[in-house]
Design a protein around this ligand. Sequence first.
Ligand code: P6P
Length: 332
Amino acid sequence: MTETEHLQPRFTTDNLLSLQTHILAEEKAHPGATGDFSWLLSAISLAAKTIANKVRRARIENVLGDHGDRNIHGEAQQKLDVISNEIILRCLGDRANVAVLASEEDDAPVVLRSRGAGGRYAVLFDPLDGSSNVDYSVGVGTIFSILQVDSGPVQSSYLQPGVRQKAAGYILYGSSVVFVLTTGNGVNMFVLDQSIGAFVRVASKIRMPERSKIYSVNEAYRDSFPKGYRDYLDFAHANGYSSRYIGSMVADVHRTLLKGGVFLYPPTGTHAGGKLRLMYEANPMAWIMEQAGGRACAGRDRILDIAPTDLHERTSVVMGSAGEVDEVLRHL
Ligand code: P6P
């Protein structure tokens, strides 16, 4: 060691970087950014920490099970669906740049303010996807999509194809609380460090494996899948694929993001157009898949190109490693 080397500051290769500092760094990278967007993402981070606490304590606080009402989809609302929805509305409601909040749990979007009053963004979200799994401590998640609402009547301004998203992400409340985010510059992953109450970055610019012999689908509906999907399953069975299905989209997609493979929800007898919602489930997840080098399709169409006509419309999905999605499409 030279006589001055001991004076050099020792920077680790993996600097400690929180979600907040990441958001501010991204803001600095966008010349002319007003900070509006950072303000919005920090509200989602606050909501995520609050929901994570509620999910972890659900059985202790006896907030499991049915809320007693049904949502617009006719699904029995879980108590935690309603609680999570209210947490997000309370965290985002005071953000001056939010024009529209559109939730899976609400029939119609909440219009908070017009563009004239400063409303610039629409935030669409599924507050607690897979919520019925909480009763068994299986991973559940919040999915969000952010669009800019610059033209048209604000009530329908959020009906834009997924390719127009400004940010998309999810928070997985699993064995750890994971926040995955893209703003169009790759996919970054943060884990909640409970000891300091902050999301710390653990991976940046995540790239999915091109191929991985894992398929994720609810095979109970196999007989009602269109023939091409059944042909694909025969191919997978004959070629040594593993089947992994949690039944919680956020958990299944997160595994696919990190390990590769393909997640499918084909058209079924019950849901001829697919079960998953386009605007606040398929679109945000599709953008994350593509930003990580993967693909996301509805049949043969690219999900992000679908022109939506209704906030709650559904779609089929085939998403994951590019090579694995192509393998499915080869059979359709
Ligand atoms: P099925 C949860 O209810 C959900 O919306 C997604 O999280 C999940 O991928 C899917 O439905 C599971 O549906 O029909 O397999 O139970």
